[in-house]
Design a protein around this ligand. Structure first.
Ligand code: NI
Ligand code: MN
Length: 226
């Protein structure tokens, strides 16, 4: 599987069976690695409704026919307000099964309002793909239930926000890694805007000295093969 970082919290996971796009905020993203029109996903999954995650979801889905997975209130906006037809609408604990794997929504501690004003709650995404478990934490602060995901499905790759201000900072993110217990950590949600500037190299040093995980720092556009 290839995990390509597209900037902020946007990632593209690619295997032989599927191209999965998470949180495609590209238009207006100063660190975007690609333009929305360059992407051709089969599935788009959203952690929550904030503009730096919801991003180009509607345009990409309209153009490509991609199936969108989003928590029920956002899913209802996508079908009702934006006219998308291929939308899955789980809530926490729900698992959306596909022929290539599955996506489960788990809690995150944050807020969530879409650009059109739909209020919901934010999620993390647990993704089973290519025989691996990828846990995209979404936007969240540190909280103890992060440890519950790995009890059921040991996490291979955790995608973790480290920028602070809107999410946990790089110090709390080290504790989050201890709770999640992944093999590999990819930091995100930092250095896109001044309030979330941080030192990813220091995060990597701290994680690798204090936990058993390895940190892979991706610049926007970089790909990690897992
Ligand atoms: Ni947010
Ligand atoms: Mn965000």
């Amino acid at each position: 599987m290839d995990i390509r970082f597209l900037g902020q919290s946007a990632f593209q996971l690619t295997t032989d069976g599927v191209t999965l796009l998470v949180d495609p905020f590209l238009t207006g993203n100063p660190k975007a690695a690609v333009q929305a029109g360059d992407l051709d996903p089969d599935v788009i999954a959203l952690t929550h409704g904030h503009a730096d995650h919801f991003g180009d979801t509607v345009g990409i889905a309209q153009r490509t026919g991609a199936t969108v997975v989003a928590i029920v209130e956002i899913a209802n906006e996508l079908t009702g307000e934006h006219g998308l037809e291929n939308v899955r609408d789980p809530n926490f604990g729900g698992t959306e099964v596909f022929d290539w794997g599955w996506i489960r929504l788990v809690p995150a501690w944050h807020t969530s309002t879409t650009p059109s004003g739909t209020v919901s709650v934010p999620a993390g995404l647990v993704i089973s793909i290519d025989g691996k478990i990828v846990y995209h934490l979404g936007d969240t602060c540190l909280f103890s239930d992060l440890q519950l995901v790995g009890r059921r499905d040991p996490v291979d790759v955790a995608i973790v926000p480290i920028g602070g201000h809107y999410t946990m900072d790089r110090h709390d993110a080290v504790a989050a890694v201890e709770l999640v217990g992944p093999k590999t950590v990819i930091p995100c949600h930092y250095n896109t805007f001044p309030p979330i500037e941080t030192d990813a190299g220091a995060f990597k040093s701290d994680v690798e000295s204090q936990t058993g995980a390895s940190v892979v720092i991706l610049e926007p556009g970089d790909t990690h093969s897992e």
